[in-house]
Each structure stands twice: as C-alpha cells, then as structure tokens.
Design a protein around this ligand. Structure first.
Ligand code: ZN
Length: 312
C-alpha cells in the first residue's frame, strides 16, 4: 500500500514537472486554419509569432474546386480558430468543418463587406473551374479597401480566441493596414497613368469584379465560356470581334486557369498578351506574388505595362 501511494505521488510529480515549462512560458501557439493562400497571408501578418497557421489551399491552388485531404481534416480538428472567405467561395469548407468534428470558432473574413452580384451570364460551373457563387461574387480581396475589412475581422477573431495576445495582434494589424494603404495608393496612381480609353483588357476568368469597380478599369471575361480550353468557336469569335471593335489592348493569363484559351484569343485578335496576373491564389514564395501585397503590386505593374504602351 505505501509503495503504491509513493508511486502515485511520483507519477503526479512527474506530470506536474512535464507540464511546468509550457505553463510557465506560455509558448503554446494558437492553432489557426485558413482556407486559401491569400487569406492565409492576411492571417500570418496579423497573427505573427503567436499562431501556428495551416493554410489548406496553397500557392496557385484553385479554392473553388478543392478536395480536402485527411491532413486537412486533422488540422481542422485541432484548430482553435478557422478563418474562411465566405461569400460561397469555398463551399467544401462547410462540409469539412462538419466532417472533421472541428470545435473551433469559425470567422468569416468578408463579414461587413458589400458583396457584388456575380454576372449571371458568366458561368464557370459547366466544367473545370466549378464556381458556385449563388449569385454573389466571392473575389472581394481584389479591392484593397475590402482587404482592410478582412484584416480587421481577422484581428478581432484572433483577439477573441487569444485575449492574451491582444496588444500583439493590434500592433501587427495597424502596421499591416498602413502597408495596405500604401499599395492601394500605388494601384490608383498606376491606373491614373493609363490613358482613359485604354483602361480595358480581357481576362480568362471573371475574378476581378471588385478591382474593376474600385479602380475604374474594364476587364472583360469571355461570357459563358468555360475556363477549360474547349470554348465554342462562336464565343471565341464574339470576343475576337469585341477586341477589334473596342481596340482592347491586351489579354491577361491567370495563375489558376488554363492559358490556352487566352493564348488563342490573343493570336486570333492581335491583342497583346499582357502577362500573367494572379486572381484567386498567391504564387509560391519564390514567385512574383508570394504575398497579397506582392500580388497587388505585380498585377498592377503587369496591367500598366500592357495598357499604357502603344498599340500592339
Ligand atoms: Zn475565382
């Protein structure tokens, strides 16, 4: 009997010892999951060293059509906070939250943003890109003013999940919001340098509605044309006629869509390929758009270069 008591005492002491260092230094990071790369970048900026972040859809990944992995479900189950875009961007997230048994708080980063209606005629559902917007355009991050709302929502969610980190999260958010102000000023200045009658271009996938509305440029995405290469000859013909009639200077490739359709349109219309712009995902760290700010800078420099120049 005394032996057993001694053993229990030793065990208890051991347990206390094992836990002591963690409790004393409070080094345990807050486990956070973000659904896709752009959102993950915002969360990283605000969360800094206090969080352990898992981003589910990585660089150049298409979050519209993602298939979650068992590792994703595990990350969800262990998370204290899950951050999603909302606006029906990542419908698979709702299913994953349920199936993973996640107990985390779910923060919707677009809360408070005025959603744009999706163009009814643009329909990516047919094949490949698999948009399911339900009448709402989910690509709200393409307006920097909205990015500020994302960041404020993420800051508030982190403070709620980890009140001890409040001062950190607020300082990080304030620093990052100033960087967003600077990049927004850069975008506006670049658009102003493009002659007004040349502020139009073709993109393959209709992901720039918020950008277009905020900054006064016209992007035309092939209406009713799937992002797969097999667009109908009639649709392609109509776009080519439109490019010629409206003297649209450039067409842009995107990182998440197949380049063949846009390349074909450029070839047949004589419009210049204005480079590759990033719509729904960042590049990897070595690429030109490894962060949201790098993405916005890269996109606007490609757009200005292609549109401010003389006719192709
Ligand atoms: Zn998209």
């Amino acid at each position: 009997m005394p032996n057993r008591r001694a053993l229990l005492g030793a065990l208890a002491a051991g347990l206390i010892l094992a836990h002591a260092p963690m409790a004393a230094t409070a080094q345990e990071k807050l486990p956070v999951v973000a659904s896709f790369s752009i959102l993950g970048d915002f969360v990283k900026e605000v969360g800094g060293d206090r969080i352990a972040l898992t981003t589910l859809v990585g660089p150049n990944g298409d979050a519209h059509v993602y298939s979650p992995t068992p590792a994703d479900a595990k990350a969800m189950a262990g998370a204290k906070l899950i951050v999603i875009n909302g606006l029906k961007f990542e419908g698979w997230m709702t299913r994953l939250i349920k199936s993973s048994g996640a107990k985390a708080t779910v923060a919707t980063a677009t809360t408070g943003i005025t959603p744009l209606e999706a163009d009814d005629d643009h329909d990516h559902d047919k094949k490949g890109h698999g948009h399911d917007h339900g009448g709402v355009d989910p690509h709200a991050w393409q307006n920097v003013a909205n990015a500020r709302i994302y960041v404020a929502n993420i800051r508030d969610a982190l403070v709620k999940a980890d009140p001890a980190g409040q001062a950190n999260y607020e300082a990080n958010a304030t620093r990052y919001l100033a960087q967003l102000d600077a990049v927004e000023a850069e975008v506006k200045a670049a658009i102003a340098r493009i002659p007004a009658d040349r502020r139009k271009a073709i993109t393959s996938h209709d992901a720039f509605g918020y950008f277009v509305k905020a900054y006064g440029i016209e992007f035309i995405a092939p209406q009713g044309v799937s992002t797969e290469a097999e667009a109908s000859a009639k649709d392609v013909g109509r776009i080519i006629r439109q490019i010629k009639a409206e003297k649209i200077p450039a067409v842009f490739l995107e990182n998440v869509t197949n380049p063949r359709l846009v390349e074909r349109i450029a070839k047949e219309s004589g419009a210049r390929i204005g480079g590759r712009i990033f719509s729904d995902a960042l590049s990897d760290a070595a690429g030109p758009a490894g962060t949201y700010i790098a993405m916005m800078k890269h996109n606007i420099s490609q757009i200005e270069k292609a549109l401010a120049a003389g006719p192709a």
